[in-house]
Design a protein around this ligand. Structure first.
Ligand code: MG
Ligand code: MG
Length: 298
């Protein structure tokens, strides 16, 4: 069952999403050589407290921290630690979440620590991020879930990899529905698996966390003995980007909706609202001609 949200619920998710965006901004500034990943966790904790938001990662399945910090060959679910000291040249993905009034936000980004990163690494992160935006642009009425997967995969496959070879689209993890829980139906693959069918239709109120994970080599992963840390089986470095996105339908259809859309234009149009992007995802979807939904909190 897919949980479909009404505009008030999407507005709550936007609140949670903006807290996640604030954690991104604060941790991005703190991810410098010499900082530990535990330092970043404390930064995230502070931002959550300042916003009166609850953590959704802490205690999830026993996860011991507020954010995930995944350095270099770690793909996802790295545990913040005093022992992991960031150094010049590292690549870290930072995955953050927040709960406001029971509604969840979840988003991740990849950052370069210090300087001196190879063109291959810079391109890896760019391709991963852009594939996320390609997936977001595919979140439109009339599409099905598989169209989001296809958009992500197609984007990655069309990008030439510096130095040759293929990118590894991580197979064991993917995106997910999000709402009153962080992980909800449906699971979103970052590639097309014909055995799975087309998946549900995308309708207004459909909310997804879209999160491609890409490596410089293998699509395969293994979990370390801490039961969380996911690394590539060949040790190649990886990138992870994620946004929580709501498919909305703009237009005052009744009295309760109208207050949320008071700054919107009169014509009905549909578009994705990127809940965890500070600008609601207006700039990036505009590149392929997608109009993002207006911000319900604006
Ligand atoms: Mg996440
Ligand atoms: Mg997620």
């Amino acid at each position: 069952m897919v949980q479909i949200k009404n505009p008030e619920q999407i507005a709550k998710m936007r609140e949670a999403g903006l807290v996640v965006a604030a954690i991104h901004a604060a941790t991005r500034e703190a991810a410098v050589p010499g900082a530990t990943t535990k330092d970043l966790d404390q930064v995230a904790r502070k931002v959550l407290a300042e916003h009166g938001a609850k953590p959704n990662f802490l205690g999830y399945g026993g996860f011991p921290a507020t954010i995930c910090t995944s350095v270099n060959e770690v793909v996802v679910h790295g545990i913040p630690s005093d022992d992991v000291v960031l150094k010049d040249g590292d690549v870290i993905s930072i995955d953050c979440g927040a709960i406001i009034d029971g509604w969840h936000g979840d988003a991740a980004y990849t950052a370069f620590v210090g300087s001196g990163h190879s063109p291959e690494l810079i391109e890896l992160s760019r391709v991963t991020e852009e594939s996320m935006w390609a997936g977001i642009a595919a979140m439109k009425q009339g599409n099905r879930l598989v169209d989001v997967s296809r958009a992500i995969e197609t984007y990655i496959r069309r990008q030439p990899k510096p130095g040759g070879g293929k990118y590894g689209i991580i197979e064991d993890y993917g995106g997910h529905g999000i709402g009153t829980e962080m992980h909800m139906d449906p699971h979103l693959l970052n590639y097309v698996d014909r055995k799975r069918g087309k998946g549900p239709k995308l309708v207004p109120g459909f909310c997804l966390a879209i999160e491609p994970m890409v490596s410089l080599g293998t699509p395969r992963t293994k979990v370390l003995s801490d039961d969380w840390t996911v690394i590539t089986t060949d040790g190649t470095w990886s990138s992870h980007w994620e946004h929580s996105v709501a498919l909305t339908e703009q237009g005052p259809t009744d009295g309760t909706w109208s207050s949320h859309w008071e700054h919107s234009v009169a014509l009905t149009e549909q578009g994705p609202l990127v809940l965890t992007a500070p600008d609601g995802g207006r700039a990036k979807p505009a590149e392929p001609g997608i109009t993002a939904a207006p911000d319900p909190l604006a």
